[in-house]
Write a protein that binds this ligand. Structure first.
Ligand code: NAD
Length: 395
């Protein structure tokens, strides 16, 4: 069984045998890896390593930092298939999505921020009164980076790349549901010659390892992507400590379709917006408001196309909807579908767990679901479902 280690000060470090968390392959509902259940102790070691590295890294010329980041991007690109396969297995998403979105964008994150520091200009302005105003950007110190499970490597590198480009060092804590590609990335950091301690990866649960990182007095900057409730909690810890905090939280986004739209494009794009990555995207178009004059026609075109979306083996190129991240999350999504029925909703298609055969019989699959007859003020229309469920409104 795959067993992950923390990456602290450039070294892989294991924990005691009993301090590991089971990690599931959501498409088969079985444990296939174990990740460290890290605590304050590991966070302290990682922050210490990051602080030590900061002295040199913050003074390393931009050109050198960029060179290393380009190397990271190149090595990751050479392993695109391997990483896409790992992301699909760990998260349940289709291999196609991981290959075309998650991993290419992770590569892009390193290239983009490497390019940015090479071309960044420090601007000075002479004011009318003769004073000179200028902005100087200087690295702040050790950043705490906390990422979610829906786009694991993509959102983690979206934090690591700007952090190290700016000359900061970091302790990253990926989601406990999806740590595998983050672990694989540590090997690439070594190969690319990233100095030890610049990026430290500590695996574990949010309330334990995550909370220890957020409240650490030597971490002045926190970048967090995740749920709104968690974000609120984080802010409660950070505000009295005057930390710099960036929060990217949950969503409940609306697509608005007018009668003068390009009809076919509007239907196809709305399907993609609602069901890509099993609807597990913060900016998914999970509510669709359609002008009354075309509402019926829109629904008649939308629903049969949703019925055709293949749910199944994430590695099969025909599959469009893979597995949800966990059993709890699948139950939460199914719970919202039940709630929609209680709130008067009509299930136009889907609405159930998708039971597959053989290897995938215990996988966490949900049929792509379309619900109508819901009032915009209902709970299902207000709260984030984060699954393959699309709500339609005629306006
Ligand atoms: P989550 O809030 O449960 O967890 C996110 C991360 O925070 C995980 O690494 C988790 O271990 C950690 N965490 C949990 N409790 C913590 C605590 N007390 N202290 C410190 N860290 C803690 O979110 P999730 O379920 O992993 O992700 C799904 C959510 O993320 C959805 O709401 C989605 O909309 C949101 N999201 C937002 C964006 C965006 O850009 N706005 C992007 C992707 C996902």
């Amino acid at each position: 069984m795959l067993k992950l280690s923390n990456f602290i000060g450039g070294e892989f470090a294991s924990l005691e045998e009993n301090l590991y968390i089971d990690n599931y392959d959501p498409s088969i509902g079985k444990v296939y890896a174990q990740i460290p259940d890290s605590s304050e102790h590991e966070i302290n070691l990682a922050v210490e390593a990051a602080q030590k590295a900061f002295h040199t890294w913050s003074k390393t010329p931009c050109s050198t930092r960029a060179q290393i980041m380009y190397r990271i991007a190149d090595i990751l690109e050479s392993k695109l298939d391997e990483f896409a396969m790992a992301e699909s297995k760990d998260q349940g998403k289709t291999l196609e999505f991981a290959k075309n979105v998650d991993i290419p964008r992770s590569i892009y994150n390193f290239r983009y921020f490497a390019g940015h520091i090479l071309h960044m200009e420090e601007k000075a302005t002479v004011m009318d009164n003769g004073y000179l105003n200028y902005v100087q950007r200087s690295p702040l110190g050790v950043a705490g980076l906390i990422s979610p499970w829906n786009l694991p490597l993509y959102l983690l590198t979206w934090k690591i790349a700007p952090c190290i480009a700016a000359g900061c060092t970091c302790v990253a804590k990926p989601s406990e549901f999806t740590s595998v590609t983050a672990y694989m990335l540590c090997d690439i950091f070594k190969q690319a010659g990233l100095p030890e301690g610049v990026v430290n990866m500590v695996f574990g649960k949010g309330p334990k390892a995550g909370q220890a990182l957020v409240s650490h007095p030597k971490v002045p900057l926190i970048s967090f992507t995740g749920g709104t409730v968690t974000g609120k909690k984080l802010n409660e810890t950070c505000a009295p400590l005057f930390k710099k905090v960036s929060l990217e939280l949950g969503g409940k986004n609306a697509n608005i379709i007018f009668e003068d739209c390009d009809f076919e494009k509007a239907v196809d794009t709305s399907i993609r917006a609602a069901f890509s990555n099993q609807g597990e995207i913060c900016l998914c178009g999970s509510r669709i408001f359609v002008q009354k004059s075309i509402y019926k026609k829109f629904l008649e075109s939308f629903v049969p196309k949703v019925r055709q979306l293949v749910v199944g083996d994430p590695r099969d190129p025909k599959t469009k909807v893979g597995a949800l991240i966990s059993k709890q999350h699948m139950e939460k999504v199914l719970g919202y579908i039940e709630l929609a029925k209680q709130e008067g909703g009509v299930i136009e298609c889907g609405g159930e767990r998708k039971q597959l055969d053989g290897e995938f019989s215990d996988g966490y699959f949900v049929e792509p679901t379309v619900i109508t007859n819901i009032k915009p003020s209902c709970r299902v229309a207000q709260e984030e479902i984060f699954g393959p469920v699309s709500l339609k409104f005629g306006l």
